[in-house]
Design a protein around this ligand. Structure first.
Ligand code: FAD
Length: 365
């Protein structure tokens, strides 16, 4: 039997930093929650991907979580204690935020596929059909862990896991752990695991450590580089990969302990470890892939937004608008894949999409 779709003007997929910022700005610009816009999120609770972060990621070990527009983190949580788990504090903050601004978030609802239907966008979910004129996609990267392909990975008899599966270092006691990756997560997990067992650290490129405090200019340049890539239709790179790794006291201590001795990538995985081209072999019980994430965009495949090279050409003030289909904005994608970038992208996407769909209420600029 034909199913009737719930109709809305703008549909937001994802209730993380990027989706909530977008929803806040849609409402502020006069769009009615419900008929005007709704937010769908596949997670059971508020908090976006933060609800899944490992327990030792606390407010002191995250880089920095920027406040969402209109409400301070500390006002919602009532604490600045640095030892509080990010996986607890951020979900509390997002829950308070959704409530304060009356944001229409429906969960758990998983969007399976978005396609074209009679001049509108048809959104198929595990909880029924939706139909919308415009789409703000804010699905993040957590659902799409990336593991590079190395020969022999199916031969390995030990355990392989990704950053996303990490819980606590204690489960590796007595095992030799090989950690792959040169980003912030790799270093944090190397730090924790090397405190309880032996480790080997492997990265594709020589890690770029940066002395001194975070340099705003370097940050801006990194974002500008990623923005230029997506405007040219190239796949984005991670913002962190271009800013370098800040030398923190934790990193100094790791150097002193001798655990920051990085090896180049191995050539192949064997039954009991890994092997380099020159025959060098290291035994490992565990391979931990801290090799990052990709944007979770598979549900948009039928819309054919990608160029031949695999990227999506982006346009608009902050490069959130899909050039091939201006009814669609990607926020928290590419240059806006950070908490501050997601805030700004949500504002730009809400304004541009409402203007494009002629939804600006009279009198509002
Ligand atoms: P998410 O928070 O991932 O939210 C996306 C939401 O969309 C999720 O709730 C998900 O369930 C939902 N979703 C996905 N697919 C679907 C679907 N098909 N249907 C319905 N819902 C769907 N950035 C910083 O600025 N500072 C930091 O300190 C920092 N620390 C980080 C630490 C780690 C370990 C990681 C992995 C990232 C970190 N980042 C940090 C990056 C940061 O998390 C992101 O840029 C930002 O929080 C992502 O927000 P988002 O809204 O784009 O995505």
């Amino acid at each position: 039997a034909p199913r009737v779709a719930v109709k809305t003007e703008i549909l937001v997929i994802g209730a993380g930093q990027a989706g909530l910022s977008s929803a806040y700005h849609l409402k502020r610009r006069g769009l009615a929650p419900g008929k005007g816009f709704i937010v769908l999120d596949r997670n059971p609770e508020p908090g976006g991907a933060w609800q899944h972060r490992w327990p030792s990621l606390t407010l002191s070990t995250v880089n920095r979580i920027h406040d969402l527009p209109g409400m301070k983190f500390t006002d919602a949580i009532g604490t600045t204690a640095e030892t509080v788990k990010a996986s607890v504090a951020v979900p509390q903050y997002f829950a308070a935020y959704e409530k304060e601004f009356g944001l229409p978030v429906y969960r758990p609802v998983e969007v399976k596929v978005v396609c074209e239907r009679d001049g509108r966008l048809r959104v198929e979910t595990d909880r029924g059909l939706f139909s919308t004129r415009g789409l703000i996609n804010a699905t993040g990267t957590w659902e799409t862990p990336y593991i590079p392909d190395y020969p022999g990975k199916d031969r390995f008899k030990g355990r392989q896991l990704h950053t996303r599966d990490y819980n606590t270092a204690d489960e590796f006691v007595g095992q030799h752990v090989l950690i792959v990756g040169g980003g912030i997560s790799a270093i944090q997990l190397l730090n924790e695991i090397s405190g309880v067992t032996t480790t080997t650290w492997v990265t594709r490129r020589e890690p770029q450590f940066r002395d001194g405090p975070f340099d705003e200019d370097a940050g801006r340049n990194a974002v500008a580089m990623v923005e230029a890539r997506v405007r040219a239709g190239l796949p984005p790179t991670s913002v962190v990969s271009v800013t370098g790794l800040p030398v923190t006291p934790a990193i100094e201590a790791m150097r002193a302990r001798g655990v920051l001795n990085r090896l180049p990538m191995f050539a192949e995985i064997v039954e009991d470890g890994v092997r380099w081209e020159d025959g060098t072999h290291i035994r490992a019980d565990v391979i931990l892939w801290c090799t990052g994430f990709r944007s979770s965009l598979d549900h948009l495949a039928p819309l054919m937004l990608r160029e031949a090279g695999g990227g999506i050409t982006m346009a608009g003030r902050l490069a959130t608008q899909v050039a091939r289909d201006p009814r669609i904005h990607l926020v928290g994608y590419g240059p806006s894949a950070s908490t501050i970038g997601a805030n700004r992208a949500g504002s730009a996407a809400a304004a541009e999409l409402m203007a494009y769909l002629d939804l600006e209420p009279a009198g509002q600029v």
